[in-house]
Design a protein around this ligand. Structure first.
Ligand code: BG6
Length: 517
């Protein structure tokens, strides 16, 4: 008997994966805040790319709702411009565009104008008749959270929300972060959301969960036999997570100054990454089974000892400097940022997950703006091998093996280990085994918003934050944020550096170093 090698795949595996997706039923997707930046840069281009890839159902309808006085035609021209500039699947294909544009409509209105909801309701009913959307509704609130209550109240009062318990066509609402700025405000937002909708109708977007590389964390951990046996405190020395951005706050100084990087990135994106890296295997590959395990991780985070901040946290703010060769001005000089701002643009913190698997394994987390480059990276640092064998061999230094998961850019995974340098003497040097998405799959992964929008149409909430996850994350950070609110200044760092030197000391004191991604 001879063993034949498995046949090579004839088609692109990424494409095959997409083809296995279910195609949802056509619905009306209403975008509140249709004239905003998020809609223009992310949502509309993502919807077009879904159409381009054949993943939108025939009849899918998109209704923009905003204040400017647009016609359907003017809205279509605006969408076209957004797709030309930002769609992953550029240049726009004329045939696909023509068909896609037929499903674009616009309703002008103020969020607190009852008449506007009437006009919207009529437009949606017209679309049900002409485009076969069957009463199915998705309401995307691409608006600041202050508008959630008024929009959801009106939708409820105008009879535009169905109750899933009673059957019939679905209504779902999609909301964007920030989900509050502390535990109390998050609870209030959640209370408002579930006054009009049931929790399973609410889709809270954390766009990190739409990234391919983030979704791959579950496959990496639970679909491979080799990693999980070592995925615990017996073998892992520590874990590092970095979300670095080279950009500053751009035009969002007003918002950012009331938030800071901890609210903007750590509370949501980074804690989602921590929970996926640290969670126990779920009992099923289903939304609630997965989210049940994720929330347990957040709940197990050790209470931060806020009276001893220097032991576990460093906050920084960028000063003048240069990033990627260009001069960059201090945060305090950014538009809409007060000259005496104390908001942190960089944070480094040491966290522990007090459960059986992770007891006493530090998770070092850092996020920052105006760092040297844009990179999101998770690294698992394994305990070194016992070294007696090589203790007296000068050229061999037993080091930690590192599994590095590059979330973005240059998406991939590498494993660092030591190897003998060829030659007559015994010397070792670190080498890496590499997996690159671009090389293995030969295609650019879809944008996070493409995947997330499709999931809302399919009604799968696996990739969305559940109410208890959001509240648990705020519960953990609240004491720290409250302490910062009372005073103290962030340490300054030059734009284009890896944060204040104290961020390095945080690890050096533990005999460790940040990985330079
Ligand atoms: C957003 C933050 O949620 O994420 C921004 O509000 C940040 O401040 C952005 O720039 C980063 O997203 P990405 O996908 O570029 O890593």
């Amino acid at each position: 008997m001879s063993l034949a090698a498995p046949p090579l795949p004839e088609t692109n595996p990424l494409r095959e994966g997409l083809e296995q997706e279910r195609v949802p039923d056509a619905s009306c997707l209403v975008i509140f805040g249709a004239s905003g930046d998020l809609t223009h840069r992310k949502l509309l281009p993502a919807l077009y790319s879904l159409a381009h890839d054949g993943l939108l159902p025939a009849g899918q309808t998109i209704v923009g709702f905003a204040r400017p006085d647009y016609t359907d035609e003017a809205f279509r021209a605006d969408v076209r411009e957004a797709c030309d500039k930002f769609a992953r699947t550029r240049p726009v294909d004329e045939a696909i565009w023509t068909n896609f544009a037929k499903g674009l409509f616009y309703v002008r209105g103020d969020f607190n104008e009852p008449e506007a909801y009437n006009r919207l309701k009529q437009k949606l009913e017209e679309c049900d008749r002409s485009r076969g959307t069957g009463g199915r509704r998705l309401y995307y609130l691409a608006v600041p959270p202050t508008f959630f209550p008024v929009i959801s109240d009106f939708l409820g009062a105008e009879g535009m929300v169905t109750d899933p318990e009673k059957g019939g066509p679905y209504t779902r609402v999609i909301i964007e972060k920030p989900f509050g700025r502390d535990l109390a405000s998050a609870k209030e937002l959640n209370r408002v959301a579930v006054t009009t909708f049931r929790e399973r109708q609410v889709f809270r977007i954390d766009h990190y969960l739409g990234k391919e590389t983030v979704q791959n964390l579950l496959v990496l951990r639970f679909a491979n036999g080799i990693f999980e046996p070592f995925w615990n405190r017996q073998y892992i020395d520590h874990v590092q997570l970095t979300v670095a951005e080279s950009i500053g706050v751009e035009k969002r100084g007003g918002y950012f100054d009331t938030a800071g990087i901890t609210r903007d990135i750590v509370q949501n994106h980074m804690l989602q990454l921590v929970s996926l890296i640290a969670m126990e295997p779920p009992v099923a590959f289903e939304a609630d089974a997965i989210r049940d395990e994720k929330v347990k991780v957040i709940r197990a985070l050790r209470t931060l000892p806020v009276d001893r901040q220097s032991e576990f946290v460093v906050r920084g703010q960028y000063d003048d400097g240069s990033v990627l060769g260009d001069k960059a001005a201090a945060y305090k000089k950014e538009v809409n940022v007060p000259a005496d701002s104390r908001t942190e643009t960089c944070v480094a913190l040491k966290a522990f997950i007090d459960n059986w698997r992770w007891a006493d394994v530090p998770f070092y987390i850092r996020a920052g703006k105006r760092l040297p480059k844009r990179v999101t990276d998770i690294s698992i640092h394994f305990r070194p091998a016992p070294s007696p064998l090589f203790r007296r061999v000068q050229g061999v230094h037993v080091q930690q093996n590192v599994l590095a998961i590059r979330i973005q850019p240059d998406e991939g995974i590498s494993l660092k280990f030591d190897s003998k340098v060829p030659g007559p003497t015994v010397r070792s040097a670190p080498v890496t085994m590499e997996f690159r998405y671009a090389t293995s799959f030969g295609a650019e992964p879809p944008e996070a918003y493409e995947r997330l929008l499709l999931e809302t149409m399919l009604g799968d909430s696996t990739l969305f934050a559940r109410r208890d996850e959001v509240e648990a994350a705020w519960s953990w950070l609240d004491p720290l944020l409250a302490a910062w609110g009372k005073g103290g200044d962030p340490a300054l760092y030059h734009a284009g550096t890896w944060g204040p030197p104290e961020a390095d000391l945080l690890l050096e004191r533990d005999g460790r170093r940040w990985r330079r991604p």
